[in-house]
Write a protein that binds this ligand. Sequence first.
Ligand code: CAA
Length: 240
Amino acid sequence: MARVALVSGGVSGIGAATTKLLQASGCTVIANYYGNDTQATAFHNETGIPIRTWNVADFEATQSGVAAVAREFGPIDILVNNAGITRDCTLHKMSYEQWRSVVDVDLGGCFNMCRAVIEDMRARRFGRIVNISSVNGLSGQFGQTNYAAAKAGVIGFTKALALEGAARGITVNAIAPGYTDTGMVSAVPPKILEGILATVPIGRLATPQEIARGVLFLVDDNAGFITGATLSINGGKYMV
Ligand code: CAA
């Protein structure tokens, strides 16, 4: 039977590449999004992939959003926590709102989504969860105390939940993408991005598809022995 997959932030960038690959692999895939209605509608028209909107930073909205998806399409087998934002700013200038919003979406969203699917996964003794972290959660990055903290938090969260899920057939892994050709990276000022690219041994941005291939690998039925791992896909920028 086709696996049911839910991808947060699934209509653009790495999320869109992931939903498309999951669809091509035979999954029933649903893309969550928030705020970018025009882009979401265009994505749906192009791919036929169902789209559902809620803010992953909102606990109650996420619980009811996921429950509605599960009622309509069946219990979630595969969850990809991809939704994320940046509010880059050095700490001495950072507002509380810039800190809070990034932690609430990038780390809080991961909790809210996992909390919404985990009881069903435990009951059904199967689950594949992939959390999208970042190279900058591993290495740190100038101007990203908020983002680096949230993305490092995602890795700790992943390891703890991997321990809890192990005996129940639920694997939980993280991917730490490097700089990828998405809207998020194109918001970095060109001069700064040029400097960053000079530190990437492969010498270019990743394509979203190159990250999505990692997700596909980790959510496979045959990937049941891979759990608690962080897969770096960063062009050699940071090796751990
Ligand atoms: N290391 C050390 N010093 C640096 C530096 C660095 N990497 N970058 C800038 N500086 C210095 C500047 O030379 C300048 O020095 P002076 O004051 O002596 O002139 C000073 O720091 C500037 O500090 P400001 O606080 O004034 O910084 P700013 O307001 O000009 O810019 C910033 C801060 C907007 C965060 C800018 O540095 C920036 O955009 N950085 C890029 C952050 C980044 O990589 N974001 C990634 C987004 S994509 C993503 O996150 C996806 C993913 O997962 C990879």
